[in-house]
Design a protein around this ligand. Structure first.
Ligand SMILES: [Mg+2]
Length: 151
């Protein structure tokens, strides 16, 4: 029997987290990333904004109706891209088999790396390291898929 261990890492409210790194005053505030024009949509929003019912992909106009005091930031894809690469590099340093699924989502194949408990500890350590290196909050999940292999 052969078991695969897949680590999933997700950057929390990624665009907002990057903006907070660059401007501490944004921490704890409802923040919306996106344009202000009539057809703009929310690209990302802080947890404080989500409490008002705002979510990403919502028209900005609607978001501002729900949360009129929100700070609106146009967003800087170049900067988000740079931070995303930094996270990828931090993972790549430790895991040979990883995949960047999107700008804020990563998978790493830890199969064969250790026993399950070791895998979990190892993943926690990787998450801590990358969070320290980048200053970004990261969520993680570990899944095991059992595959029965017959030789
Ligand atoms: Mg995310």
């Amino acid at each position: 029997m052969f078991e695969r261990a897949i680590l999933h890492m997700d950057l929390d409210a990624f665009f907002v987290s990057v903006e907070c790194l660059q401007n501490n005053a944004l921490r704890g505030k409802p923040v919306l990333i996106g344009g202000r024009s009539g057809r703009s949509v929310v690209a990302s929003c802080s947890y404080e904004a989500r409490r008002f019912g705002v979510h990403s992909a919502m028209p900005m106009r609607m978001a501002l109706r729900l949360c009129p005091d929100a700070v609106v930031i146009r967003g800087d894809m170049e900067s988000y891209s740079r931070y995303s690469d930094l996270v990828a590099e931090g993972i790549a340093d430790d895991v040979p088999l990883y995949e960047k699924a999107s700008i804020d989502e990563f998978y790493a194949d830890l199969t064969g790396m250790d026993q399950h408990f070791g895998c979990w500890q190892w993943s926690c350590a990787l998450r801590q390291k990358v969070m320290q290196e980048t200053g970004l909050p990261i969520s993680m999940g570990l899944s095991f898929n059992k595959l029965v292999s017959k030789v």
